[in-house]
Write a protein that binds this ligand. Structure first.
Ligand SMILES: [Zn+2]
Length: 372
């Protein structure tokens, strides 16, 4: 069932995982974008991602496929938490993890630990622009020094790319011109700390300036697009809103990677087709839709050039999510390709080549990763 997608993958967008024992409620809180089981709507296990855990993760913990949720959680607690992580990550067949280190760094492990738990994969990091900017502001950086220090921090980060979470803060109507430093300084004056002293960059000029800075530094720029937790206004995070920004940056030579995209994955496929520097994935959505992922992949492939689609899990917290991302990607894409081969629309070597492009080669080209 994964015959065309059996090679090593590059997971070009994921996070760290939680290294401690989790109760059923804590596990459910991390399983999808909800805040956990709903008093009105029941367990997160009663959803496609819950079924996927029982179907595809239970056997890795020596349980029968589709073991009950309580039995799954009990077995998880019986094994040491790092042992669970090692089993899940080894089953991914991921050679390189590209890890966003900017979200709740205190709660999850770093890139090196993810790669080590996977049994010796390569680890890379992505710098989250808003986190870098907020750290500068928290350090008391003067607005006049902000630009130089921002560029310094990004250049010295060792990251293979940058990530914008403008979608979470101001939506994706980013400026089609880089704001001037004067405009930036004025905007920074409006960014005030909360009561705890933490800054939250949510100003169109500042979020826009950050994205433009990554473009000018030539750092492959990821955007959170579409599907996310209740903190996002999904309506404001349709990738079509980025069109003026994409048009304005297309001659810069910096790749732009649209992450997740669901339910706007067809919009993302269109943008990847018409703008030379635009790429996409359907991470996060893929494990959430579980066994229905074939449709999601097929709809994405309607327009996206095969050289513009990437694999990501967008796993955060639970080791199961890396494994589900990989398994459902392999099964879903193989199913789509098999049908095309069966219908005489594609040769078998074509199918293998397309699977390699999407599974690893596109990411290696975009982020300049070594290896095959
Ligand atoms: Zn993410």
């Amino acid at each position: 069932v994964t015959r065309f997608v059996d090679g090593p993958l590059v997971d070009h967008h994921c996070h760290g995982l939680v290294r401690r024992d989790l109760s059923r409620a804590e596990f459910e809180r991390l399983l999808n974008e909800s805040s956990g089981p709903s008093a009105l709507g029941g367990s997160v296990f009663d959803s496609m991602v819950g079924l996927a855990v029982r179907r595809h993760c239970a056997p890795l913990l020596d349980l029968e496929p589709l073991a009950e949720a309580d039995a799954y959680i009990a077995r998880r607690l019986e094994l040491e938490h790092d042992e669970v992580a090692r089993r899940m990550l080894a089953a991914c067949g991921v050679a390189d993890f590209v890890v966003d280190t900017g979200f709740m760094p205190g709660a999850v492990c770093g890139p090196a630990t993810v790669a080590e738990l996977a049994g010796g994969a390569q680890a890379h990091s992505v710098a989250r622009l808003e986190t870098v900017a907020e750290a500068l502001l928290a350090d008391g950086t003067d607005a006049a020094d902000f630009v130089a220090l921002l560029v310094d921090r990004l250049k010295s980060s060792g990251a293979v790319g940058a990530k914008s979470i403008a979608a979470y803060r101001v939506g994706l109507d980013l400026p089609a011109e880089k704001p001037t430093e004067e405009q930036l300084v004025r905007a920074l004056a409006d960014v005030a700390p909360d009561r705890s002293g933490a800054f939250r960059v949510a100003h169109p000029t500042v979020n826009g300036y950050l994205a433009w800075t990554a473009i000018e530094l030539g750092m492959p720029l990821q955007f959170h697009v579409g599907y996310g937790d209740a903190d996002i206004n999904l309506r404001e995070s349709d990738p079509l809103r980025l069109t003026p920004f994409l048009r304005a940056t297309q001659d810069r030579g910096t790749p732009i990677l649209l992450l997740h995209n669901y339910p706007f994955h067809r919009h993302a496929g269109y943008l990847a087709q018409v703008f030379e520097h635009v790429f996409m994935d359907v991470g996060l959505a893929l494990h959430n839709v579980g066994a229905l992922g074939r449709t999601l992949l097929a709809e994405s492939l309607e327009l996206v050039p095969f050289g513009k689609m990437l694999y990501s899990s967008d796993a955060f917290g639970l080791p199961e999510l890396y494994q589900l991302g990989s398994t459902l990607f392999r099964r879903g894409l193989s199913s789509v390709l098999s049908d095309l081969v069966g219908a005489g629309e594609l040769t078998e070597p074509d199918a293998h080549r397309i699977a390699r492009l999407i599974g690893s080669e596109n990411a290696r080209r975009v982020y300049h990763l070594a290896g095959n």
